[in-house]
Structure formats: C-alpha cells, structure tokens
Design a protein around this ligand. Structure first.
Ligand code: RIB
Length: 323
C-alpha cells in the first residue's frame, strides 16, 4: 500500500478479501411522522423495498469499498431467496456459500423511519436462523482466503462462536458486531479481534447506560475486563469510541444532513474491515469508516445508500479528512 500526497489518500496495492458469515434480509421501510397506537391504522408517507440484513449490508459496503467479498448465509425458499442471491452476484460478491433453506421464509425487516431519520427495526430471522457451524465448515475454502471475517448476531450465536474460533485457529482477523444485542458469552467472543456494538447494544449487553463519552469509557473498561481484545463503540452523531488495553480514544463524527440512518452501522463495519485489511492503522481506518457511515445516512435505504470507493475518496479529499 502506498500513500498519496493529497490529503493522505491511499493508493491500494491489492484488493483485500473480506468474508461475511451473517444475515441477509429484505427491508420493508416506511417513512412516518408518528407511529400507530394499538388498534389504530395510520397512513405512512413513503415506502421503500430493498435488500438488507446486517451481514449482507456489511458485505455490500466492503465490496463497494473495493474489496473482494465472499458471503456465507442462508436465504428462504420464497420470492426473496433467489432474488437475494442474484443481488449478491450482481454486485460481484461470491455467493457460492449462500444457500436456500427449504420450507423457511427469508429474513425480513419491517423498518420505521421518523422525520429525523432515526429508525426502529423489527427483524424476523427466518432462514438466517438455520445458518449452522456445519455451513461455516463447508465454506472453509472461501473463509481461508479472507483477510478479515465479519459476523453479526442475526444468525445463531453458536455459529458466531464457531466462526470466531475458526478465524482464531487460522490467524484471520475477526470482527463481531453484536447486533441485535443479546446476552453474550464473553469467553466465546473474547477471542475476536474486534467487538463493535453501538450504544444501545452495549447498554443491553453490559446493563450500563451510555449517555456520554465517559460512560462509553466505563463500559469499554468493563468489557476489556471481561476479556474483549479491542472494542469500537459506535456512537452515531458522536462518532466512534475505540478502546484497547493500552489506550482509548474518541474519533468524532462528520457533519452531514441525515435523512435515514438505517444501515449506517453496517456501512461503518464493512468499510472499517476494508481499510484495516488494506493495511491502514486503526487510527487511520476509524475516521474513514466514520465518514463512509455518515455519507450513507444522506440517502434513503440500506445497501442502496452506500457510496462506492471513488465517491468516498472524493468526499474524503474534499473534506481533507476534517469534520
Ligand atoms: O442494520 C440495518 C439492518 O438491520 C437492516 O438492513 C435490517 O435488515 C436489519 O438487519
């Protein structure tokens, strides 16, 4: 990897290979001013149908950032399953380990976005819940090519724990995104190189509230004591808080006009994995991932709100790496 003089941008020597062991959903997003009360029917303002799922979103973000990407996932034997596989293929993502689970629905996510761009999501896991440790083993030839393997919590936790062990045994960097939050076996996820929750996830997992950077620091100290190696707590408009045994640091967010924050966390993780895999340091990768995530909030939808690498680099240069 060579560094260009202009604004610290990076000339990439070879594309990285990112593998995602995770979920694929179809997102059904409505844009509403208010939410219905029990027994009430209201009109929404707008509807958007798109490919989503935290795993698939992270895979697409990584691909758009220029990495080669392989996906390990299960989709349903319904209209959405084959369409999801075609979506991966059309983006140049290796989907040979995305299989159809017979007799099961695809993962779906009704999403409600309010006028400030904040979202509320209900995930029905469907086929995602059938992704097993055996599926991960069957995908070993693909996973062994990876610089980084990313996981989330929309698949069975035993599959996440198995994949963390696989990555560790084979010297591959692993990133666990505990979303949606569930009680965690710290011993199992502690072997991952990065644990990346957002503020509500870290609150749910630790039982500690996070309203300030200082709260994030206390939470991170607690998680490091439980055996986590490195953490990044994403704090939305406040940026991302990185913590390891030797130091902790906040990386402020970039100012943008947000219309829909759905998928911003996935944009952050997919791009962060690519920047790290290209050889950038954590201190260089985190501000870039912050910007990549922020840019995704300026458009509607999840995967379709992610920009490509050229668009990202242009924005990074224009901002000179500044907020
Ligand atoms: O992080 C956003 C994603 O969460 C959506 O795409 C939805 O499918 C849920 O998985």
């Amino acid at each position: 990897m060579k560094r260009c003089a202009a604004a610290g941008s990076v000339e990439r020597a070879k594309p990285s290979f990112i593998a995602v062991v995770g979920s694929a959903n179809v997102d059904l997003t409505t844009f509403n001013d208010v939410f219905p009360r029990p027994g009430e029917t209201i009109f929404g303002k707008k509807f958007d149908l798109g490919f989503g799922g935290k795993g698939a979103n992270q895979a697409v973000a990584a691909r758009l950032c220029g990495a080669n990407v392989g996906m390990v996932a299960k989709v349903g034997s319904d209209l959405f399953g084959p369409a999801t596989i075609r979506n991966f293929e059309s983006q140049g993502i290796d989907a040979r380990h995305v299989h159809i689970a017979e007799g099961v629905s695809s993962g779906v996510a009704p999403i409600f976005v309010d006028p400030s761009g904040q979202n509320r999501i209900v995930v029905v896991k469907g086929a995602n819940d059938t992704l097993s440790p055996e599926d991960v083993d069957a995908a070993a030839p693909l996973l062994l090519k990876a610089d980084t393997i990313i996981m989330q919590f929309e698949i069975p936790l035993r599959t996440v724990y198995h994949t963390v062990k696989f990555a560790k045994a084979n010297g591959i960097r692993s990133i666990v995104n505990p979303a949606p939050a569930q009680p965690v076996d710290y011993k199992e996820v502690g072997a991952a190189d990065y644990f990346i929750p957002n503020e509500s996830e870290v609150e749910a997992i630790t039982g500690m509230s996070v309203h300030s950077i200082d709260d994030a620091r206390k939470c991170a100290q607690f998680l490091l004591r439980q055996g986590m190696r490195r953490l990044v707590i994403t704090l939305g408009a406040h940026g991302s808080f990185a913590a390891g045994p030797e130091r902790m640091e906040i990386f402020p967010a970039f100012q943008v006009q947000a219309v829909d924050t759905t998928g911003a966390g996935d944009a952050f993780i997919g791009s962060f994995a690519v920047f790290l895999s290209e050889g950038l340091s954590e201190e260089e990768a985190l501000p870039r991932a912050n910007l990549y995530a922020a840019l995704s909030t300026t458009k509607v939808g999840t995967q379709k709100s992610f920009c490509n690498r050229a668009e990202f680099e242009k924005e990074w240069r224009n901002r000179g790496g500044h907020r």
